[in-house]
Design a protein. Structure first.
Length: 254
């Protein structure tokens, strides 16, 4: 079931989104060679506290067999596509580092992610990063009232594959509201003019997850970290958006 948000609810979601954007900007500033991903996680937690927001990833689980996620952000480096657990790993010059953060503020969720180049990165890594950011822009541009979810999915897939990369299949965007994962699912692949019709008041996360190599991924023994099976580079970025009468409004922005 898709829940349309009122103007008052959207105002709160804008606040939640701004808090997440502040977290990610602080991480962008702090993510340097030598910094550990746990230090970045602690920074995120402090900023959420300062804004009376709660992390939504911490304690999250989707199955009794999976241990609850232990941190405020997910921290995924290089071949790690999504859901990396922050730890003692130090970022190194040339890494591609992805931070994803979700917060709950005043009853509503904001969810966004960025991939950052650490220090000087290779031209190949920079191109992957640029394509991933542009894939998000292309997806957001397709999120117009009257279009369908399939138009967003197809726009992302078509752009990414046209650049010689792949999108992952088993993970994607999702409705966002009072909880982090609502309907509809927003795959990064699909066919135009299919799926749910987009209407003003719908709010969902668009999150291209792009692989430099093949599209197959595996989950590590920690039960969370999803990595490219071929070990090649990956990137991921995300905004929560609202469908309006005039295109998509990005909620997770300053
Ligand atoms: Mg996210
Ligand atoms: Mg998300």
């Amino acid at each position: 079931m898709i829940v349309l948000k009122s103007a008052a609810e959207l105002a709160i979601m804008r606040e939640a989104g701004r808090i997440v954007a502040r977290v990610l900007e602080a991480i962008r500033e702090a993510a340097r060679p030598g910094v550990t991903t746990t230090e970045l996680d602690a920074l995120a937690e402090r900023i959420l506290e300062q804004h009376n927001a709660r992390p939504v990833f911490k304690g999250y689980t989707f199955s009794e067999e999976i241990p609850p996620f232990p941190a405020t952000i997910t921290a995924s480096v290089n071949e790690e596509l999504v859901h990396g657990i922050p730890g003692s790993r130090r970022l190194r010059e040339g890494d591609l580092f992805t931070a994803d953060c979700g917060c709950l503020y005043n009853g509503f969720v904001g969810d966004a992610a960025i991939t950052i180049g650490i220090g000087t990165i290779s031209p190949e890594a920079q191109r992957l990063l640029d394509v991933t950011n542009e894939a998000l822009a292309v997806g957001i541009a397709a999120a117009k009232a009257g279009n369908r979810i399939g138009d967003v999915s197809a726009a992302i897939q078509c752009y990414v594959e046209g650049q010689g990369y792949n999108v992952v299949r088993g993970y994607g965007g999702h409705g966002v509201g009072r909880t982090m994962h609502e309907d509809p699912h927003v795959p990064n692949y699909g066919r135009p003019n299919r799926g749910t019709l987009l209407r003003p008041g719908m709010t969902f996360a668009i999150e291209p997850m792009v692989l430099q190599g093949k599209k197959e991924v595996i989950t590590l023994e920690d039960r969370w970290t999803v990595v490219a099976k071929d070990g090649k580079l990956t990137a991921h970025c995300e905004h929560t958006i609202a469908v309006t009468d005039n295109g998509a409004e990005i909620l997770t922005t300053l």
